[in-house]
Design a protein around this ligand. Structure first.
Ligand code: AMP
Ligand code: MN
Ligand code: MN
Length: 348
């Protein structure tokens, strides 16, 4: 089924009252002993894990006992997120209920982001989707998709509130990680007054923002520091790209990771060391994911809609932060990006 649960306005408008009511009914109507499976997107980030685990803790407070959380691929939680409350809900994808009574998806814009777990969508009694990507395809049965939300955790808290779950420090820590990662520590354009009001509610539970930020943003192994030096050192600046708005890009291979004995997740922070380039509106990091497969991160400062670029190349995301899986050589992947940029310029 596509569109809203009510068949009403398109997803771009955000959830309707009917959508919220359908989601509340899906949770409240669960029989005793119902199995609930929470799933977030592949290579989970702070929003995916934080909104999923925070919501999971809320369901536990409501008395849901048969509760699992998972994501596609190996059950390897990036080190900065291993301390998250609710992590005991996590199971490997192969151990996830094959036919849950309710499946809830977090921060995934399309079925492809669910990897092998996508088969549960059809086998689940009901499928609820919480997300904030404008590119959300409308998969699943009940949609809480708000493209104006700064993070999926905003939607998750909206549903917890409607379910009458009281916010506590454990839930708040998860949702704060989600909110602060997706807003770049409250720096990005999506940081509205409502975002700060929400952050204030979370902080009022007593969570420690300094401690949390240090864990998730400001701590990495020395090997990663050296790896970043090498990879940032090979960045290329193309001032003429994107009709003169400029492109800066670099790449990291599996060999680079192996040489510095680092896990792949450390590369997620690399884009932040590249996108600060003053001479480029668009920044890009190409990260090797397979022999000829690359996970591509794109960012823009406002001149280019990089979600258009990502979607044209098979991915998705937000206007100023998007990604896709590229195939071939690094140069081929970057050639394709460069070619899409002029068509994705935003009105000045
Ligand atoms: P990242 O660069 O991985 O931090 O991702 C930036 C944004 O693009 C996030 O909102 C992701 O959900 C989205 N994104 C990244 N990779 C993909 C992909 N392969 N397909 C769809 N969306 C993606
Ligand atoms: Mn995400
Ligand atoms: Mn998100």
């Amino acid at each position: 089924m596509t569109g809203s649960a009510a068949g009403g306005p398109p997803a771009g408008a955000g959830p309707t009252d009917t959508d919220w009511a359908a989601a509340v009914a899906a949770v409240r109507g669960l029989p005793a002993g119902a199995r609930v499976l929470l799933v977030c997107h592949v290579n989970p980030d702070g929003d995916a894990l934080g909104s999923m685990l925070g919501f999971g803790l809320g369901l536990r407070r409501l008395g849901v006992r048969q509760l699992q959380a998972t994501f596609p691929g190996p059950l390897e939680v990036p080190e900065p997120f291993r301390w998250l409350p609710g992590s005991d809900l996590l199971v490997a994808q192969d151990d996830a209920y094959p036919d849950p009574d309710l499946m809830i998806c977090f921060d995934a814009a399309s079925e492809s982001r669910l990897g092998d777990l996508v088969d549960r969508l059809d086998k689940a009694g009901a499928a609820l989707v919480l997300d904030h990507h404008a590119s959300n395809t409308g998969f699943g049965g009940i949609h809480l998709v708000d493209p104006h939300a700064a993070a999926t955790s905003v939607v998750a808290l909206g549903l917890l509130d409607r379910l009458g779950v009281a916010l506590d420090a454990e839930i708040a820590a998860c949702l704060y990680v989600a909110l602060s990662t997706d807003t770049g520590s409250f720096r990005f354009e999506a940081t509205t007054p409502a975002v700060h009001e929400l952050a204030a509610r979370l902080l009022a539970t007593g969570i420690r923002p300094g401690e949390i930020s240090r864990k998730i943003f400001d701590t990495r192994p020395f090997g990663a520091v050296r790896l970043f030096g090498e990879v940032v050192g090979r960045a290329r600046l193309e001032p003429a790209a994107a009709a003169g708005h400029g492109l800066v890009w670099t790449y990291a291979t599996r060999d680079d990771l192996a040489r510095h004995d680092q896990p792949a997740y450390v590369l997620e922070a690399l884009i932040d060391s590249v996108r600060c380039t003053a001479e480029a509106d668009v920044s890009c990091v190409v990260k090797q994911a397979g022999d000829a497969e690359w996970a591509v991160s794109l960012r823009s400062k406002g001149a280019v809609d990089v979600s258009q670029v990502a979607m044209a190349l098979g991915g998705g995301g937000h206007r100023f932060a998007a990604g896709f899986t590229g195939r071939g050589t690094v140069d081929e992947v970057v050639d394709r990006i460069r070619a899409e940029l002029p068509g994705a310029l935003l009105p000045a």
